[in-house]
Design a protein around this ligand. Sequence first.
Ligand SMILES: C[S@@+](CC[C@H](N)C(=O)[O-])C[C@H]1O[C@@H](n2cnc3c(N)ncnc32)[C@H](O)[C@@H]1O
Length: 284
Amino acid sequence: MALSELATPNANQIKTWNEKSGPTWVKYREQLDAQIRELGLAALDRLSPKPGDRSLDIGCGCGDTVLQLAAAVGDTGHVTGIDISRPMLEVAQHRAEQQGFTNITFKELDAQEAPLPNAGYDALYSRFGVMFFDDPEKAFRNLHASLRPGGRLAFVCWRTIQENPWMLEPFKAAQSVLPPIPASDPLAPGPYALANPDRLERLLHQADFRHTTIERYDTWVGGQSLDDATQLSLKVGPLGTVLRENPHYLDSVTDVVRLALQPYNTDSGVQMRAGVWLVTASQG
Ligand SMILES: C[S@@+](CC[C@H](N)C(=O)[O-])C[C@H]1O[C@@H](n2cnc3c(N)ncnc32)[C@H](O)[C@@H]1O
């Protein structure tokens, strides 16, 4: 039975990632991978995967980082990619087969609720796949139990939207033509749910992770043409969500977002600042 047919605490996210955000990520996969690749690689560097590692990629999406992990752990190692989004997993599976990897398994599983192999992994990793849990403490506990003694965790997650002008600027510009958008709960499942480093550290500690490090990492993201960057801004993040629910605003929002991105258009495409946490912890 597909996850989307089950009544579970993450049912809303499962619906979204199967019916709305997931298909968008599939459609814009190459641009999104290019946009966030450096950030994922920075977290992979902190994980420092070793040949032979049994590793888990949490919320692996369309599989970009599973392929990187699989190359790093080699033929003696293994990567399991888990995700709640069937359309994204299908793309990931296809990419792994096309590239001839034999050390990868994909599973349609909710990282918070699914029984994972007890102490089954040497390393847990995620690129922006751990911020969507209805009950993050429960999810991190479940993940902790899947890590062998001495095992390690590394992931990258967004800081606040204010520290991410590449998402804030299009959103702010759009607000000038959209009806008032009700303020959202900053702790609700979503891209910024782990933006508060104190909460993040507390959650990991409560889930029995130890030796947590939370490293601030800032960079430029982008590189697309002004038109492509505009289109991408309209499809992902909080603005993408608002526009999917109010598609009749698309034309007017497109114009103001394009104008807002124009000052950031350089010889190497639209370049904007992004701010993330690189997080590491160990099993004990
Ligand atoms: C922002 S996307 C990142 C995808 C991928 N890691 C990447 O970097 O391309 C977030 C991913 O987390 C997945 N996800 C959300 N909640 C999840 C959960 N409870 N268990 C497993 N995956 C989840 C989504 O389906 C989606 O693929």
